[in-house]
Design a protein around this ligand. Structure first.
Ligand code: FAD
Length: 413
């Protein structure tokens, strides 16, 4: 009987496991697939580095040699705006990585195992019996055989598998239009002088601002490219192209800078799509369990916040589980749910601002913003949030995200 059973070995599961074994608890992770396996979500934020460091996994990540990242470039028609994360308001890491997730997730999971977590691949969690002190999971192996695993606490880090949300009927509807993404890896052949690979590129479709693109340069001359939009727009044939990869190419052809940069690109995989990814639950915590990362909520990919939120949830939950296993009485709402949701809500304001257009006005009007505010202080506060420092209450843009964003957007009109 492990102290803690974790469902899923993605970033949230691996970091929670590493933190808990470091605190002296026995941890078993049950992962449905075998690593390395493909996953989307390749652009990290600098804030995430702090939690990788706390978990004792940062060295493993640094030594792997991922593509360095220091910021983001936004482009819409002829307008361009670059944000350098090192110019942020909040102290802490100003750089991070753009990662192939098959490699990154494998590095983290094996790092957690090196620290002492027991990692089981090919084991799918199929049922859960909540209990305040002895929750039970049913785990199925690849022969179809079931076994019951009892632990003192269960963490659900199953990502889009949303295991406990489905099994315990925790899902609630989200208040955003259902969107989808189509994506692919390419060998980009971008000439070194044409683009700064240390920055991801986010472009907006010149005619349809609800459709946007990502280009994430990876190590070894590869790039992850993708397009995001409402389902009806992206599923419809585009310029006579009906199959997924041709629709992706047809949308990219309208992107402007990204299309120019990728003029010699060659696909290296078959690509994929995710439809209707936004999700939410009514409770992040129940008797003997808590939900981490995407298993609890996923907002939107536009600001690359997914892995950062997953690691923040792992970090907060590990502290509360540690206290609970010591026989203390953590206040899960005050120590886990509320602090986590505070940062998620900051990102939510920015995601909503992006699709409503107010944030786009701010991003593409930096000189006006700087002039009106005097100095670059406002830009540094917005940069902090884009760098993932969405929990820093010293930043007025975190304390009052909606008000400050509206104020700056109206100054930029
Ligand atoms: P995951 O990484 O999904 O890991 C969950 C693990 O649980 C998986 O390995 C899965 O196999 C396992 N599992 C599932 N079900 C079971 C089961 N029943 N039993 C056992 N194991 C199970 N985030 C970023 O930070 N940057 C980005 O650039 C970014 N881009 C994105 C683009 C798109 C289009 C989308 C949809 C998301 C993007 N994200 C991005 C979000 C990112 O993918 C996730 O937030 C992140 O992977 C969450 O990590 P996690 O550990 O919660 O879950």
């Amino acid at each position: 009987m492990p102290d803690v059973a974790i469902i899923g070995a993605g970033p949230a599961g691996a970091v929670a496991a590493a933190l808990l074994v470091k605190a002296g608890w026995s941890v078993e992770i049950f992962e449905r697939t075998h690593f390395p396996r493909f996953s989307i979500g390749e652009s990290l934020l600098p804030q995430a580095m702090e939690w990788l460091e706390d978990a004792g996994l940062l060295r493993d990540v640094i030594e792997t040699g991922f593509q360095h990242k220091n910021g983001a470039m936004f482009q819409w028609g002829t307008r361009e705006a670059a944000f350098d994360f090192r110019e942020k308001f909040t102290p802490g890491w100003g750089t991070t990585y753009q990662v192939r997730r098959d490699i990154f997730d494998d590095v983290l999971a094996r790092g957690a195992a090196r620290l002492g977590a027991k990692l089981h691949f090919g084991q799918t969690v199929t049922a859960m019996q909540p209990h305040a002190t002895q929750p039970r999971l049913t785990v199925q192996d690849e022969t179809g055989a079931d076994r019951v695993v009892e632990a003192r606490f269960v963490l659900d880090a199953s990502g889009f598998g949303r295991v406990l949300a489905r099994l315990l009927d925790l899902e609630i509807p989200v208040a955003v239009p259902p969107r989808m993404a189509m994506f692919r890896h390419v060998r980009d052949h971008i000439p070194p002088q044409a683009y700064d690979r240390n920055k991801i590129l986010i472009s907006i479709n010149p005619n349809k601002p609800s459709v946007w693109y990502w280009m994430i340069p990876l190590a070894d001359g590869l790039c992850s490219i993708g397009v995001v939009g409402e389902i009806a727009d992206l599923q419809a044939a585009r310029n006579g192209n009906a199959d997924r990869n041709s629709r992706l190419a047809a949308w990219v052809a309208e992107s402007g800078l990204m299309h120019q940069l990728l003029s010699k690109a060659e696909p290296v995989n078959d690509g994929g799509e995710i439809v209707g990814y936004a999700c939410r639950v009514k409770n992040l915590v129940g008797p003997g369990y808590a939900l981490l990362g995407n298993a609890g909520e996923f907002l939107d990919p536009v600001f690359s916040s997914g892995v950062t939120i997953a690691l923040k949830s792992a970090s907060l939950a590990a502290k509360a589980v540690d206290r609970q296993l010591r026989g203390e009485m953590p206040n899960w709402d005050a120590e886990f749910c509320k602090p986590l949701v505070k940062g998620v809500d900051t990102f939510r304001t920015y995601v909503n601002g992006w699709y409503e257009g107010s944030l786009q006005r701010v991003i593409f009007n930096q000189s006006a913003t700087a002039q009106l505010a005097g100095h670059d202080r406002i830009k540094s506060m917005v940069t902090s949030i884009l760098a993932g420092y969405a929990w820093d209450e010293e930043n007025p843009f975190v304390r009052r995200p909606q008000e400050t964003l509206e104020m700056v957007a109206s100054l930029c009109e």
